[in-house]
Design a protein around this ligand. Structure first.
Ligand SMILES: O=C[C@H](O)[C@H](O)[C@H](O)COP(=O)(O)O
Length: 231
């Protein structure tokens, strides 16, 4: 039996597939909302639609294979028609925090290559201001303690991510520092400051990228677009 939140994630993930047309090359995001999108896309493939996907994480790649979604080699593709991905926080300007599952680097590379980027999330992800969710920052393993100290000087309290008691290692063999900023008023500026630190690979701040946001709520799925940001 699915929880209320999972039902919203399922509804929104399935809705996103309605945008997918024959012949498209699609960036496949990561996370539990994307799971439902992949499951429905697998059914559409069974029904005959021809698409190919570029996964943004090993977990997504495994799900795509399980559901029969054909994959393509990213190095063979110059651009993607569409990318669909989840988010941890979404502000009114469609700025995002991503990386709760640790896939932010590949997600950013894949989503940036898409002509159109659609975010799928349940309503709990909508916020007035980013920052309550600790910002995931991917850093190289070497000297991570020093990188954490430098991040601290930007006003956060970096926590080395662990999973099941072990240090979490990303698909790119890096670490994640989760940085609680509480309030991020200028996401782009903060991103630039963080990126200027040696040792930082990428931040979970995504801006100037999102075209549409699909929100799963009690009443159904709300569609927010750049020209209609309140739905
Ligand atoms: O690294 C993980 C991704 O950024 C996910 O898309 C994000 O954490 C949202 O995941 P979920 O749909 O499971 O809430």
């Amino acid at each position: 039996m699915l929880s209320d939140v999972d039902l919203k994630k399922k509804a929104v993930g399935e809705k996103a597939v309605e945008d997918i047309q024959d012949g498209m090359t699609i960036g496949l995001g990561s996370g539990s909302t994307v799971y439902w999108m992949l499951k429905r896309l697998g059914e559409k493939v069974q029904e005959g639609i021809k698409v190919s996907g570029v996964p943004s994480s090993v977990r997504t790649e495994n799900w795509a294979k399980e559901f029969g979604v054909p994959l393509t080699d990213f190095s063979e593709v110059n651009r993607l028609d569409l990318a669909i991905d989840g988010a941890d926080e979404i502000d009114p300007n469609f700025n995002l925090i991503k990386g709760g599952g640790g896939s932010l680097l590949r997600e950013k590379i894949v989503n940036q290559a898409a002509d159109r980027f659609v975010v799928v999330a349940d309503e709990s992800k909508l916020v007035e201001e980013l920052g309550a969710f600790p910002l995931p920052i991917e850093v190289v393993q070497f000297g991570w303690e020093l990188t954490a100290k430098h991040l601290e000087s930007l006003g956060c309290n970096p926590e080395l991510r662990k999973k099941d008691g072990d240090v979490f290692v990303t698909n790119n063999q890096n670490y994640i520092l989760d940085c609680q900023f509480n309030s991020i008023t200028e996401p782009e500026k903060l991103h630039e400051e963080i990126k200027s630190l040696v040792g930082v690979v990428e931040t979970g701040l995504f801006f100037n990228m999102t075209n549409q946001v699909l929100i799963g709520e009690e009443q159904g799925v709300k569609v927010l677009s750049r020209d209609n940001p309140i739905g």
